[in-house]
Write a protein that binds this ligand. Structure first.
Ligand code: FAD
Length: 326
């Protein structure tokens, strides 16, 4: 299904319904920014978006200059309107596969439509894989959080428990102390701090609780405690967990883009401007940078759009030179 907001843009967009200079996979902050940069560069652009941005469950997006606290979905709605002003076509749907190579990529959607583009930008974000704790998924982005720059201010001075998932949880236990004195590390049989780690926690007054976490206790739609496997309850207002970030998708697999791995998850390694190792394919946003925020993902999308535009200009210049040389 195709959508645009501005009727003028819609007629312009329809011209490019089946083929475009650039096809963008994913219409979050990265994909829409790339599309706007390209649309403003007088490129035809089709964005195929499954409509499930990573932060959809959060009430508001923070640390985004001039949009602090705005609903993530509202930001994307505004972004779609801006893209439509420059003739960008937005297709609601999921990309199920990509074939072809630089100059002519064919993008297929789950709905059975196909779109042809000279270049591809992958901006499909990541999926957060959460530890298997009953009730955690339901509270994710509300009072089960991962990022202090997204939610830290909202839970300042509250009782916050970091649920350890690996030794990397020491990083979160160190970091979140900036937002509250009432910090607890639930070791969860995943991480027992020793030596300097143990000393640092003790020095900052962070309480440690041994034992495995079983579930979250929720009352009147608010997190009130963490239930341990022995049945005891640790009263808390919020929990901090590290998700594993998964960048994998059919488009990435079909294009043969290798995924790199670090302790946070998998991602696409890119050169300056988001160029991947596959000719004609760029990537931007969380899919390339697991720590990227909304505004930095948008910035990366803009740069990818600009670099793709330059790549197309260079191709067109080579073709023009070849024509006059004939
Ligand atoms: C709970 C939570 C709260 C957060 N809060 C903040 C905050 O307050 N401030 C902040 O700056 N950052 C925040 N973030 C981080 C923020 O979500 C990311 O920085 C941002 O979403 C990355 O943008 P993106 O465009 O790379 O990916 P996304 O926003 O995830 O967008 C990717 C888009 O691609 C689509 N897609 C995926 N696969 C396909 C496919 N096969 N075909 C078509 N479309 C596809 C998805 O459905 C989605 O619409 C938060 C993250 C989480 C998890």
């Amino acid at each position: 299904m195709m959508t645009t907001s501005d009727p003028t843009a819609a007629s312009n967009a329809a011209t490019h319904a089946a083929s475009a200079d650039v096809i963008v996979v994913g219409g979050g902050p990265a994909g829409l920014s790339a599309a706007i940069a390209l649309g403003r560069s007088r490129r035809s652009v089709i964005v195929v978006d499954a409509g499930q941005p990573r932060n959809a469950r959060a009430h508001g997006a923070h640390n985004f200059l001039t949009r602090d606290g705005e609903s993530p979905l509202r930001i994307l709605e505004l972004g779609r309107d801006e893209a439509a002003r420059y003739g960008v076509t937005i297709v609601n749907g999921a990309v199920s596969g990509v074939a072809g190579s630089v100059g002519s990529f064919t993008v297929a959607t789950e709905a059975g439509d196909t779109y042809v583009g000279r270049r591809i930008i992958i901006a499909s974000g990541i999926v957060d894989s959460l530890p298997d704790i009953a009730g955690l998924a339901e509270r994710w982005g509300i009072d089960a959080i991962h990022c202090p720059y997204c939610h830290g201010w909202e839970v300042r001075d509250k009782t916050i428990a970091v649920i350890a998932t690996s030794p990397l949880s020491m990083h979160q236990a160190t970091l979140f102390r900036q937002w509250t004195e009432h910090l607890i590390l639930l070791e969860n049989e995943q991480f027992v701090p020793m030596g300097e780690d143990a000393l640092a926690l003790e020095a900052r007054g962070t309480r440690r609780v041994a034992g495995k976490v079983a579930s979250l206790r929720v009352e009147q739609d608010a997190l009130t405690g963490v239930v341990m496997e022995d049945g005891s309850v640790v009263p808390v207002d919020a929990v901090v967990v590290a998700s594993q970030s998964v960048a994998d998708s059919a488009a990435i697999r079909d294009l043969g883009i290798p995924l790199a791995i670090n302790p946070m998850g998998t991602f696409i390694e890119t050169e300056l401007g988001g160029r991947t190792s596959i000719p004609g394919v760029w990537a931007a946003g969380n899919v390339t940078d697991l720590g990227a925020q909304v505004v930095t993902s948008a910035g990366a999308g803009l740069m990818a759009g600009a670099h793709v535009n330059m790549d197309l200009i260079q191709e067109e210049t080579r073709e023009a030179i070849a024509r006059i040389a004939q």
